[in-house]
Design a protein around this ligand. Structure first.
Ligand code: ARG
Ligand code: ZN
Length: 450
C-alpha cells in the first residue's frame, strides 16, 4: 500500500472493536448500580421457593435487552446465591463474579442494536442486606416465607439485574411455592397452577418499572380484591393482621380515589398493598403493590405510598441524588391529605416545621444533594415537602396543582431529574423559579430567603 493509501485508511471509520460494558452507570451515590452497554426491556422471573425451613430458591431469570454498543461482555448486578449457568441467545456464556458485578461474556460479541436474551440460573438461599443507613432490605425472610423490599440497591440480593431506576423494564413473575403458601407480586395476577404439593402463581408488571420496586411476597396471606374507579385493588395481609384486612383495603381505596383526583389518572393497571409480618418498620412503594413491613399502616402512611405510584414509580429517578422528587412529593401528599379534612393545612404544617430550630435535622443536609447515607433522612422528606409548599405559595394553587398533574402525565413511565422539574414548573407557571428551588434544595441550613 502506498503512504497515501495508508493515511487514507487511518482516516476511514474502522469497524468498532467490541468492548465490555461498564460496571456502573456513573450514579454519584451508587457507583456500581446499573451497568453500561445495554438497556433491559423485560425480566422473566421463574422462581421455586422451598419453604421457610430452608428458605432456598431455584431460579431462572431471562433478561431481554438491547445492546447500545458493540459488546464483548456485559455486567449484571447480582449478590444472590450460587450461579448454575448463564446463556446468551441460547448459547452457553462465560461468567465471573466480583462484588455485586456478574460479568457475562457471550460466545460471540453482541453488535450494537442487537436484542438479546440472557438467561441466568441460580440456586441457594438469598439473604438481605443489613446496613446502618437503610436497615434490612432486599430479599427478607419472614416467619412463613419472604418479602422483597429493595430500595435503594437491594434488588441484586435476589435478581440478576441492571439495578438502576434509569433502566426501567417490564416484569413477569412465575413463583412456585409449597401448597398452603401464597405469592403476591407487582402488577396483574395471572393463572395459578397447582402441582404435586405446590402452587405456581403468576403476576405481570406491564408498565416499565425500576428494579428496586420489583417485589414478591411469599407466605400465608388473607387476600382481598375490589375495585376503585375501575382499577382492580388487590390487598393482602399476613394472618397476624387479619382483623385489619378490611380496614387496610378501605384505606388503600380511599387514598387511591383521593390521589387520582389530585394528581390525575392513576398510572398503572392495578393497585393494592401487602402487609407482611417481616418486621421492617418501614414501607416501600413497590409498583402497584406497596409493602408495609410488620405494621398496619394508618391513613396518612397509605397516602404516602399511594402517592409514590405517581411520584417515584411512574415518574422515576434518573439519578439517586434527586430522591426528594420521590420523598418530598409523597410527604407533601400527606400534608394535602390532612388539608383535605379542613382541620389542618399544608401551610400550617409548613409553618410549624419552619418554626423549628435552624439546627434541626429537618433542615440538613440539603435535600437536593443529601448524600447516599441520608437518602431517607428527615430533610429529604420534610424540607423536600417544604420546597413544594414554598413553590405553591409563589405560583398559586391553580398553577401549582397544574404543575403536579402535568409533571405526572408528561413524564409517565419514564425517569426525570430535578433540573427537568424546575424547568417544567417554570414553563407551566411562567415564573422564574431557580432561586426558590436553590434555596430549598441546595442551600445550607434553614432557608431564610427564597
Ligand atoms: N421509599 C420508602 C418510603 O418512603 C422508604 C424506603 C426506605 N428503604 C430502606 N431500606 N429503609 O416509604
Ligand atoms: Zn416515601
Amino acid at each position: 500500500m502506498t503512504a497515501a493509501a495508508a493515511a487514507l485508511t487511518l482516516l476511514m471509520p474502522s469497524p468498532a472493536v467490541p468492548s465490555p460494558g461498564s460496571p456502573g452507570l456513573g450514579d454519584a451515590y451508587f457507583k456500581y448500580a446499573g451497568n453500561g452497554g445495554y438497556d433491559v426491556d423485560h425480566y422473566d422471573v421463574a422462581l421455586t421457593y422451598a419453604g421457610p425451613r430452608t428458605g432456598a430458591v431455584e431460579a431462572t431469570v431471562s433478561i431481554t435487552a438491547r445492546a447500545v454498543q458493540d459488546l464483548s461482555a456485559f455486567d449484571l448486578d447480582f449478590r444472590g446465591p450460587e450461579i448454575v449457568d448463564v446463556t446468551v441467545d441460547g448459547r452457553s456464556a462465560r461468567h465471573a463474579r466480583a462484588g455485586q458485578e456478574l460479568t457475562v461474556t457471550p460466545a460471540s460479541p453482541l453488535p450494537r442494536g442487537r436484542t438479546f436474551t440472557a438467561v441466568v440460573r441460580y440456586s441457594g438461599r438469598p439473604r438481605p442486606i443489613q446496613s446502618q443507613a437503610y436497615g434490612t432490605y432486599g430479599w427478607v425472610p419472614s416467619k412463613d416465607g419472604a418479602v422483597v423490599v429493595s430500595e435503594p440497591d437491594g434488588a441484586p440480593t435476589w435478581l440478576p439485574v441492571n439495578d438502576h431506576p434509569r433502566d426501567k423494564a417490564t416484569y413477569a413473575f412465575r413463583v412456585t411455592v409449597p401448597q398452603g403458601l401464597r405469592v403476591l407480586a407487582n402488577g396483574r395476577p395471572g393463572e395459578t397452577v397447582t402441582g404435586a404439593g405446590t402452587a405456581t402463581y403468576t403476576w405481570a408488571e406491564e408498565s416499565p418499572m425500576a428494579s428496586y420496586l420489583a417485589m414478591v411476597a411469599i407466605g400465608r396471606f388473607r387476600v382481598r380484591e375490589t375495585t376503585a374507579s375501575g382499577v382492580p385493588v388487590i390487598t393482602a395481609v399476613d394472618p397476624k393482621y387479619k382483623a385489619s384486612a378490611k380496614e387496610f383495603e378501605e384505606r388503600t381505596v380511599k387514598a387511591l380515589t383521593w390521589a387520582s383526583g389530585v394528581f390525575g389518572p392513576y398510572p398503572f393497571a392495578t393497585a393494592g398493598g401487602v402487609v407482611d409480618d417481616a418486621r421492617l418498620d418501614y414501607a416501600l412503594e413497590a409498583q402497584e403493590r406497596p409493602v408495609y413491613g410488620g405494621f398496619v399502616p394508618g391513613e396518612a402512611f397509605v397516602v404516602h405510598e399511594i402517592a409514590h405510584q405517581w411520584f417515584g414509580d411512574s415518574v422515576s429517578l434518573e439519578r439517586w441524588q434527586d430522591i426528594w422528587l420521590n420523598e418530598g412529593f409523597a410527604t407533601y401528599a400527606e400534608w394535602l391529605w390532612r388539608e383535605r379534612s379542613g382541620k389542618d393545612s399544608a401551610r400550617k404544617i409548613f409553618k410549624r416545621y419552619y418554626a423549628q430550630r435552624a439546627d434541626s435535622p429537618i433542615f440538613a443536609p440539603p435535600p437536593g444533594d443529601p448524600g447516599a447515607a441520608e437518602l431517607f433522612g428527615f430533610s429529604v422528606y420534610v424540607r423536600g415537602a417544604m420546597c413544594l409548599q414554598a413553590l405553591r405559595e409563589r405560583i398559586g394553587d391553580r398553577a401549582f396543582f397544574q404543575v403536579l398533574r402535568t409533571w405526572a402525565a408528561s413524564r409517565r413511565d419514564s425517569s426525570a431529574t430535578t433540573e427537568e422539574f424546575v424547568a417544567h414548573a417554570e414553563r407551566v407557571s411562567g415564573r422564574r423559579l431557580g432561586p426558590l428551588f436553590d434555596a430549598w434544595l441546595k442551600g445550607r441550613g434553614k432557608p431564610r430567603k427564597w
